[in-house]
Design a protein around this ligand. Structure first.
Ligand code: CP
Length: 325
């Protein structure tokens, strides 16, 4: 693996999931693979799970992991080509990225969309400029439009649950991605990424449900069934993935914020005792009710714990590629 930005960087998702599950069985099985290698994790935005799980994963591969909170502690970076830097930005990515590439073997980056201009966000300018000017493998720790480590984790978690459930031995599980209310306009990253990965994986019947006006970009959802009736969508679900996102067409807005879209135990009654997923952090009793989060239906902690194995599988694949050079 040369980089990890989206599902398109993975030739065999099931094989990568198998590798992650093997690391879960034996975290230290390749503890010398990353010896004398360094990963720089750059955060332009806050993080808890992504930051800590990547550090733990790197450590278990013997790598040195250096965290740099660029957004809070670094020089303000300019990403536009030919910018006249007379404003607030201090250093151009053309100058900063090659320097970082001298310090590290792998660069991992978290960016975030501005949610002001859709074309800007969907051009993935930040992460593409890092890839362009660093010239070393780049791992997305969440970008403007996608969150691949989260989605790999989610498929790992679903595969684990399938393995433990005899009723899922001979049929594809039904996964429902449902929109949920929120107090702030959030990016579409996790929803886009879930759609991209579940479609690419192909191991499930996949339904997306959201209020009208919350359509996602078709490049990610193509292949999924889209429904505006949440109750109908939830019928017979094995997994319900709850996530808010802001509007894509009239970009970055909150239209409907109907609290009736919050998942409750009552709504789960028509499912096949569905496991409830969320990437976290979650706004309790806005996005998801206490009664679900604190019940056996919720697998959100297991999901978050699997972030380590997803990161470890990806880093080990990139380290193997570096070793072949
Ligand atoms: N799910 C997720 O990416 O969590 P953090 O923002 O805390 O990293």
């Amino acid at each position: 693996m040369k980089q990890f930005i989206s599902a398109h960087d993975v030739s065999d998702i099931d094989a990568l999931v198998d590798l992650a599950l093997a690391f879960k069985q034996d975290p230290w099985k390749r503890e010398t693979l990353g010896q004398r290698k360094r990963i720089g994790c750059l955060f332009l935005n806050p993080s808890m799970r992504t930051r800590l799980s990547t550090q733990v994963a790197a450590r278990q591969l013997g790598m040195d992991c250096i965290i740099f909170n660029v957004g809070a502690e670094g020089w303000a970076l300019e990403f536009e080509d030919e910018a006249i830097m007379s404003g607030n930005t201090v250093e151009h990515i053309r100058d900063a990225a090659p320097v970082m590439a001298m310090y590290f073997d792998i660069l991992a980056i978290r960016t975030f969309p501005g949610l002001k201009n859709r074309d800007d966000d969907y051009s993935e300018l930040y992460i593409s400029q890092f890839i362009r000017f660093a010239g070393i493998p780049v791992v997305s720790l969440e970008s403007a439009t996608l969150h691949p480590l989260q989605s790999l984790t989610d498929i790992i978690t679903i595969r684990e649950c399938i393995r433990e459930d005899a009723s899922l031995a001979n049929r594809k599980p039904k996964i429902v991605l449902t929109w949920a209310p929120h107090v702030k306009p959030l990016p579409q990253c996790v929803a886009n990424s879930t759609a991209q990965w579940v479609n690419a994986w192909g191991g499930a019947e996949f339904v997306i449900t959201h209020p009208e006006d919350y359509e996602l970009d078709e490049q990610f959802t193509r292949g999924a069934t889209i429904m505006h009736d949440q109750d109908e969508a939830l019928k017979d679900a094995d997994f319900v993935y709850v996530k808010n996102w802001s509007t894509y067409q009239d970009y970055g807005k909150i239209y409907c914020n109907d609290p009736g879209w919050m998942l409750t135990a009552d709504k789960l009654k028509t499912t096949r005792q569905a496991r409830v997923m969320h990437c976290l952090p979650v706004r309790r009793n806005v996005e998801l009710s206490d009664e679900i989060l604190d019940s056996p239906s919720s697998i959100v902690t297991r999901q978050a714990s699997n972030r380590v194995w997803a990161a470890q599988a990806v880093l080990s694949e990139i380290l193997d590629e570096l070793a072949r050079k």
